[in-house]
Design a protein around this ligand. Structure first.
Ligand code: NAP
Length: 338
């Protein structure tokens, strides 16, 4: 009999017909159907489900569930609604890693070439030239050296940046200085202290919640910037706003027709590019929306590609149904939280 595989997505997220269609095309040997369209008397047949942001209670309707294949790389939203004893595989997709690395490069270049500052100057009608820093002198630190972090550091390195990374366990990546947690690893402070641009690609776990707070921002050099492409709760919003406002001299300085190398009107943190937030969509009236040193993106740095994610999800489900195996990098450690 063709295995019945429900596609589980919270009604609050609306339908995702493109992904369901792609799954049906990628898995003609599986009977993939939206959970709500499966007759209740057939739910006991299900051992594997594909989840695309499920809501509480949806997975609990499947009494014989053994595996949830997520279509997302981050699993913090699934873990709280996952029944006990059920394994979860996250999405590990080379296309996603490529897309994310491209976004990291694009926004690093944006900050590296001082674009937010020149945009502010244009709004004020100011013609001021700032000293150009060569990429080899621009220190970029990436938090998280997993599937996405590794692709990001390699892309940044290949574009000539001076790159470091930080992870829980030691890593060795050609041309990238790697710090890790633990006595001999240098810890996160070693990366923060020497980074002009910090890129967050950590998962949202208990350990990463609030990691980028006042103490972390104080370690970062004056004039440095943050890119958060991981998850919102890693950043303490109040502390970030304080660091972005710290040292600004309202109305002062960047005037004059041409000031080469001026370092005027600098805040402790120069700019933040934020793609992820504690509450999404970012609520109306949130200070980030109008802050001159913040770029708000609507969670777009690494979207799931229906085309490739469907093929990967189908292959994982198939392998698990045949012999209970999963790719090691896809299997989530529930106690670790990622
Ligand atoms: P991953 O392969 O699981 O890598 C996670 C990395 O973070 C690993 O290097 C891990 O260290 C490190 N890490 C975790 N907890 C840590 C801690 N407490 N201290 C130090 N390092 C820690 O995950 P991924 O596939 O790269 O994805 C990373 C995150 O990106 C996802 O969880 C998701 O939140 C986010 N994401 C965002 C978007 C977007 O559109 N904005 C899209 C996709 C994903 P070890 O290597 O030592 O385990």
């Amino acid at each position: 009999m063709t295995p019945l595989v429900p596609f589980v997505r919270s009604p609050d997220n609306g339908p995702n017909a493109a992904l369901v269609d792609a799954l049906c095309r990628a898995a003609p040997d599986l009977d993939v159907r939206v959970l709500g369209e499966i007759a209740p008397e057939r739910l006991h047949e299900v051992t594997v489900a594909i989840a695309d942001g499920p809501s509480e209670g949806q997975l609990a309707r499947l009494p014989n569930l053994r595996l949830v294949q997520s279509t997302w790389a981050g699993v913090e939203a699934i873990l709280p609604v996952l029944p006990a004893g059920v394994e979860v595989a996250r999405m590990v997709d080379p296309r996603l890693a490529e897309t994310m690395a491209e976004a990291v490069l694009a926004w690093t270049l944006h900050l590296h070439r001082d674009m937010p500052r020149y945009a502010r100057q244009q709004r004020n009608g100011q013609w001021i030239v700032h000293e150009l820093v060569h990429a080899s002198h621009r220190r970029v630190g990436v938090l998280g050296l997993g599937v996405l972090g590794r692709a990001a550091v390699e892309t940044l390195r290949d574009h000539g940046f001076d790159v470091t990374g930080w992870s829980r366990s030691p890593k060795s990546i050609d041309g990238v200085e790697c710090f890790h947690d633990g006595l001999d690893g240098g810890g996160v402070d070693a990366l923060l202290r020497r980074s002009d641009i910090v890129v967050n690609l950590l998962p949202h776990t208990e350990a990463t919640t609030g990691l980028l707070g006042a103490a972390a921002f104080a370690q970062m050099p004056t004039g440095s910037s943050l890119i958060n492409f991981g998850r919102g709760p890693t950043v303490d919003d109040e502390a970030l706003l304080a660091a972005l406002d710290d040292g600004t001299t309202s109305g002062a300085s960047d005037t004059g027709s041409r000031v080469t190398g001026a370092r005027l009107d600098r805040a402790h943190l120069e700019h933040a590019v934020l793609d992820v937030f504690v509450t999404e969509p970012l609520p109306e009236g949130h200070p980030y929306w109008s802050h001159p040193r913040v770029t708000v993106l609507p969670h777009v740095s690494g979207p799931t590609s229906a085309e490739t994610a469907a093929v990967i999800a189908a292959a994982n489900v198939r392998a698990f149904l045949v012999d209970g195996t999963l790719p090691a990098d896809a299997l989530v450690d529930r106690t670790r939280g990622y």
